[in-house]
Design a protein around this ligand. Structure first.
Ligand code: ADP
Ligand code: ADP
Ligand code: ZN
Length: 215
């Protein structure tokens, strides 16, 4: 099963991706996480994209499309995959369609996690991520057991560089302008399932399971 997770920054895509990938046994492909890992490891790609991600701007399409192309060709994707945060522009969606055709694959469903602006801001501002394993927590909704320590690996919890108010405002503006048109794109393909993201993470996942039905 090949899936896409769509939604504004901080909607809970990463949180739901963990649940989905565990249940359906498919790899989680998050372009944002791939970029953050490369930035932390100071790779060439990391140095190339940091100026964009820090400010909350999109990384240029050709760079993003290339890393997704390479990733979906890896053997673990033979059983399916979950794209989280990609595509984010119409150009990326069209490039993905071309890639899928080339590899004889289809997208089975696009899960659009819908939340209001207020919820988005609250979730982003309170988000804390593990600097070692990338796990995501929230100071209010999903606090770690020990203060500022990851539940899974005891790594240090930090705030993402782009979870500052100014970068966040920019990410929201970029989302409205560049990513929102994808909702209509996938609705017209009859692939879109709109999921109410404003409830607890467990309930959101139940709604996703319902949307995926027989899979
Ligand atoms: P995204 O990947 O869409 O940016 P995350 O999964 O990282 O979003 O979630 C953003 C923040 O909101 C995190 O701090 C996470 O713990 C918290 N969060 C995720 N889902 C929920 C939910 N259903 N209710 C409350 N908080 C949530
Ligand atoms: P969020 O969890 O807030 O939705 P991500 O972790 O998906 O954000 O992405 C973080 C940053 O990485 C984005 O603000 C952008 O700079 C970059 N990025 C991630 N995915 C893409 C993409 N598909 N196209 C362009 N830039 C991307
Ligand atoms: Zn950790």
């Amino acid at each position: 099963m090949n899936l896409i997770l769509l939604g504004p920054p901080g909607a809970g895509k990463g949180t739901q991706a963990k649940f989905i990938c565990k249940k359906y046994d498919i790899p989680h492909i998050s372009t944002g996480e791939m970029f953050r890992k490369n930035i932390a490891e100071k790779t060439y790609l990391g140095m190339l994209v940091k100026e964009y991600t820090d400010k909350g701007n999109l990384v240029p399409d050709h760079i993003t499309i290339k890393i997704v192309d390479e990733r979906i060709r890896e053997t673990d994707c033979k059983k399916g995959f979950l794209l989280d945060g990609f595509p984010r522009t119409i150009t990326q969606a069209e490039a993905l369609d071309t890639l899928l055709k080339k590899y004889n694959l289809v997208i089975n469903r696009v899960l659009f996690i819908a939340v209001s602006n207020e919820v988005v801001i609250e979730r982003n501002v309170g988000r804390r991520v593990c600097s070692s394993c990338g796990a995501s927590f929230h100071i209010r909704f999903n606090p770690s057991r020990l203060l500022n320590k990851c539940d899974y690996c005891l790594g240090e919890l930090t705030q993402r560089e782009d979870d500052t108010i100014s970068a966040l405002n920019n990410r929201l503006a970029v989302y409205k302008l560049q990513t929102k048109p994808l909702i209509a794109y996938y609705r017209s393909n009859k692939l879109l399932s709109k999921i109410d993201g404003a409830c607890s993470a467990e309930i959101v996942f139940q709604n996703i399971e319902t949307a995926l039905g027989h899979y």
